[in-house]
Structure formats: C-alpha cells, structure tokens
Design a binder for this molecule. Structure first.
Ligand code: MCA
Ligand code: AMP
Length: 508
C-alpha cells in the first residue's frame, strides 16, 4: 500500500523527519541522546511486539508511566500499530484507574513497576489481556518489561494503514455530572491540528523545544511533542517542570510551552530575564487563563511577549494569538485557520461583537464524540454540528476571543482540570459528612486552588486534616482541596441550589 495514502498520523510525522536520521531528536536532562533513527527503530520494535499480541486495529493501549523518551516511543508505536493510545495521569489512584480501565477496556496496560500490583489487578478485572511495565526494574528484575520484550523484535515496521477518521487516542476528561468521559480523537483531528500549528507558530526544523510538560495530556503530548515531531525539530526532555532546570536549558532552546503556573514560577526567580531568554524565539501559554499581570511582567522582564492560545481535550487547539501580529494579553487570540469559532446567546444566535456568550466550535480538529456515550455526545453538539465548549467568551472588534468564564462547573488548578462534582461525591461518602460544596479560589501559584466547604452531621468530629488525608488515599493529589472549611449549612437560592458564588466570595 502506498504510504502517502496512509492517514496514519505516524506516517505523516515520519514523512517530515529530517533527512539525516542520525541527528538528535531527543536530549534528556541526564545526558542521553536519541536520534531520529533511534525513535523510528524503537517505535518499530514496540509496534512489532504489539502486533505479535494479535490485537485488532482500534484496540486500546492504556499507559500510566513516568515521562521519558521511551514513553513517547510507546505512544508512537501504538499509533503505528493502528491501536488507540490512552494516556493516564501518573497521579491517578486505584479507584480512578479502575474506572478508566473498566470503561475503555484496553487490551494492553503499561504501568510503572511501583504500581504493578494494583494496576494489574484492576486491568485483569476489566478484561485486559496484557500488563507490562515500560522499562523500569520490577522487583530488581526487568524481565517482563515492555522494552525488554520489544528488544527481541525487528527494528523495521510497516506503519498500519489507517483512515483519517479512525481513532488514534482517547483522553478522559472529567464530567460536570457523572463520571469521566473519554474524548475520542482521530488521526485527522491530530494531523490537522499539527499542520495548522506548524504554520501558525512558524516552526522551523532548527527549532529546539524545551519540553517540561507531562506527556499524558493534550498540552505536552499533542501540542508540544507533535509540534517538534511534525517539524523534525529536536526536543530537550525534562522529567517535570522545575524553574531552575528550565533556566539552565533556555539558552540552548528556541521554543517553550507551559501552563500559566510555569510562567509565574519562572518570574518568581530573580535570575529570570533577558539573558536567560537570549536564544528563545517563542514562549507559549495555555490550558488555563494567563493573568494580565503575568503577561505584562513577562514582557517587561524579557522584552518578549508570551503567545497565549486556547484548546480542549475534545478539540485540540482552537484559537491562538498571532505569531507576527499583536499578541493581546487577556485574549486567546483568533480562530486557527480551518477552525470556526462562534459566540452565541441563550437562543443560539451569534452574539454581537463585545457581547458575552457560549463558545461553540467546528473544524477538522473537533473530536467525533465520547467513547461509548452517544447520548452525551449528541447533547454536546448543536444541530448544525458545532461542539459546545462550556466556555463563555466574547470577540472584540479585531476578532480576538477572550474567555470570561465557564458555564461548566470546572476548576483549573496549575493547568489540571478538577470537577467539583467528583470531589463532592467522594467527600459526601465520608462518615460524618452531611453534604459538601467544592469551589475554586484564586491562588498565586496554581491560578485557582481547590477548596471544600463541608457540613457535618450532628455530633461528627471530622477535622480539616481528616478530610484531606482521607481524600489523598482515594483521588489524585492535585484534586485534593488545599483547604477545608466547616459550616453549619450551605447557602442556597430559592430554588434550593447551592450558591457557589457566595462561597467563592467568602473564601477568596
Ligand atoms: C501538584 N500539586 C498540585 C498541582 N500539581 N496541586 C494543585 N494543582 C496542581 N496542578 C500538589 C501536589 O499534590 C503536592 O501536594 C504538591 O503540589 C507538590 O507536588 P509536586 O508534584 O512537587 O508539584 P509540582 O511538580 O510543583 O507540580 C506543579 C505543576 C504541575 C508543575 C504546576 O501540576 C504541572 O506540570 N502542571 C501542568 C498540567 C498540564 O500539563 N496541563 C495541561 C492539560 P502535597 O504536597 O499535598 O502532596 S491539557 C489542557 O488543559 C488543554 C487541552 C490545553 O489547552 O492545553
Ligand atoms: P481540558 O478538559 O483539560 O482539555 O481543558 C480544557 C479547558 O481548559 C477549556 O475548556 C478551557 O476552559 C481551559 N483553557 C484552555 N486553554 C485556556 C486559556 N488559554 N485560557 C483560559 N482557559 C483555557
């Protein structure tokens, strides 16, 4: 089959890797170098291993591992083999993993050795046939690790033929009501966004991306690494964001992407300024609102302007401030080429310039729906095919979009989404709790911090630390409230609905 006709995302990337495959593709913080050739061969070996398991195209490979070049190779191998990649936040605990694996029913699960026992248990319960660790030692041995097994397979692999609308990945996003939903993303969704961002942000092959984001979300995986893979540019991989380490590498990098917390933390270091950024071409921010204060502080400290963009797991990137034109603070820029963005009123009509309404979007990057949730999917699209983002915004006269709020009850803490409903359900199950409300309050580092407001049953003696400790055992740490406030009753409106705005004002 002609590879040019193959809509497999990997085939697209491979067609754009540098001619010199011995060039450096990934450099790690601990001094390891991987060439493009290494990337191709390692992903071929893993793809061969996956193929040898007799999986059908479209089966899921769920992955909860620490960030590493090998994790990226596993992602690429999954795509190459025609399988569907399901990345999982390393902070997720057992009850969260139980749900994701039960819902997605992956054929393969890859986890870290420290979690092997409970993840394997959860995986086999959900019908998973194969559980691996990636390459780390397990009980002092590395037998059974995916990479060790893959080493016995050939380093050439014919990328599996896929159509544009075949699934490439599923990303779980929490729901305002009920459980998390798996946003299905196709090869076309991801390819179209990579192409558009490549042009819009003026990626060049000699760019060097300083990669400090996690690899299990859209930002680190589909925006950052896809940008570098598509333009054949080198990446410097840091295991996590650390401002001192980022500064150490900025002098050798040209592009950096982060959530607003990264910029707040860089600016908190007095050494950060023009000199540190002398080699840099582009700083991009997204995943949460960038405060105007951070935007202007950054400008005055570095003489550079952060480019803010906006996206979602369901849609990848939607809007961006321009590369050449004015980057306007407090806005997320203009719709990307090929993406249609509209702001509508309660009646579904387009709002006038400056008027606030619901943001709806359409384009080749918009997901086809939620995994095994056709009714939920139907609810989230309009009759004319626009996806309802749940974000609220307005356009200005020059076509720049500002996000002014959310119609969905969502907290974004340090770039991670937290859905109050999920945390409230876990708190409400605790002995002694009558009811609870979870809110986001402004936080200097995380943008918003999760706070819980709890009403106890008569006679109950739970303390703030009891609630926090109990939550830490059950949910990912970034979702755990930083503060728990006890009140005799929750404020309600005449309809009986909890007035979260009153609580937000009280605890801000
Ligand atoms: C860690 N902690 C947090 C967060 N991260 N608390 C609230 N919010 C957070 N985001 C807590 C831990 O539970 C721990 O608490 C304490 O902080 C220290 O943990 P540590 O791991 O050391 O924190 P850190 O390394 O400083 O991490 C903070 C971080 C990280 C660097 C801001 O959260 C991060 O990299 N965030 C980026 C998220 C991201 O990639 N989002 C993109 C989503 P304790 O001590 O009590 O245990 S993709 C997306 O949104 C869309 C599509 C888009 O537009 O991009
Ligand atoms: P996720 O569900 O993780 O894909 O997060 C998507 C949500 O993050 C969007 O619906 C927005 O609410 C928010 N978001 C992403 N980028 C920005 C931004 N630049 N400014 C404000 N909110 C953003």
């Amino acid at each position: 089959m002609n590879d040019n006709l193959n809509a497999n995302l990997y085939a697209l990337f491979a067609s754009r890797f540098p001619a010199d495959r011995s060039a450096c593709c990934i450099e790690t913080h601990d001094g390891h170098y991987y060439s493009w050739d290494d990337l191709e061969r390692a992903s071929a070996r893993i793809a061969n291993l996956l193929a040898s398991l007799g999986l059908e195209p479209g089966e899921r490979v769920a992955v909860q591992v620490e960030k590493s070049p090998e994790a990226l190779m596993l992602y690429l191998a999954t795509i190459r083999a025609g399988l569907v990649y399901l990345p999982l936040n390393t902070a997720y605990r057992q009850s969260e993993i139980d749900y994701f694996l039960g819902d997605a029913e992956p054929a393969v699960v890859v986890c870290s050795p420290a979690n092997f026992g409970w993840v394997a248990q959860s995986a086999f319960k959900s019908g998973t046939r194969h559980v691996f660790t990636l390459d780390e030692l397990h009980n002092g041995r590395n037998s059974g690790s995916l990479l060790e097994r893959a080493a016995h397979h050939p380093d050439q692999f014919q990328t599996v033929q896929r159509a544009g609308d075949d699934l490439a990945a599923i990303l779980y996003t929490s729901g305002t009501t009920g459980r998390s939903k798996g946003a299905m993303l196709t090869h076309r969704n991801l390819a179209s966004n990579a192409e558009v961002l490549h042009r819009f942000w003026h990626w060049q092959q000699d760019d060097v991306l300083l990669h400090a984001l996690p690899l299990f979300h859209v930002h680190g995986l589909f925006v950052a690494s896809h940008g570098a893979l598509y333009s054949g540019s080198k990446m410097i991989f840091l295991p996590r964001f650390d401002s001192a380490q980022v500064m150490e590498y900025l002098g050798r990098s040209t592009v950096f992407m982060g959530v607003p917390t990264y910029y707040v933390r860089l600016l908190a270091d007095p050494r950060f300024g023009r000199e540190a950024c002398r080699n840099m071409r582009l700083f991009i921010s997204g995943s949460a609102p960038l405060l105007t204060e951070t935007f202007t502080d950054f400008q005055s400290r570095t003489d550079m302007t952060i480019l803010e963009r906006y996206g979602m797991s369901e849609t990848v990137m939607l809007t961006s401030n321009p590369y050449d034109g004015e980057r306007r603070g407090g806005t997320v820029g203009v719709p990307l080429p090929g993406v249609s963005v509209r702001v509508v009123n309660a009646g579904g009509e387009n709002c006038a310039v400056g008027d606030i309404g619901d943001i709806q979007v359409k384009g080749p990057n918009i997901f086809p729906g939620y995994w095994r949730m056709p009714e939920k999917t139907a609810e989230e699209f309009t009759a004319d095919g626009y996806f309802k983002t749940g974000d609220v915004g307005r356009f200005d006269h020059d076509g720049y979009l500002s996000i002014v709020g959310r119609s969905k009850d969502l907290i974004i803490s340090g770039g991670y989404n937290v859905y109050p409903k999920e945390i409230e359900s876990v708190i409400d199950e605790m002995d002694g709790v009558a009811e609870s409300a979870v809110i986001g309050v402004p936080h200097p580092d995380f943008g918003e911090a999760v706070n819980a407001v709890v009403v106890l049953k008569p006679g109950a003696t739970l303390s703030e630390s009891d609630v926090i400790q109990s939550l830490k055992a059950r949910i990912a740490n970034f979702k755990v409230p930083k503060r728990v406030h006890f009140v005799p009753e929750l404020p309600r409106n005449t309809m009986g609905k909890v007035q979260k705005n009153v609580l937000r004002d009280r605890y801000a």
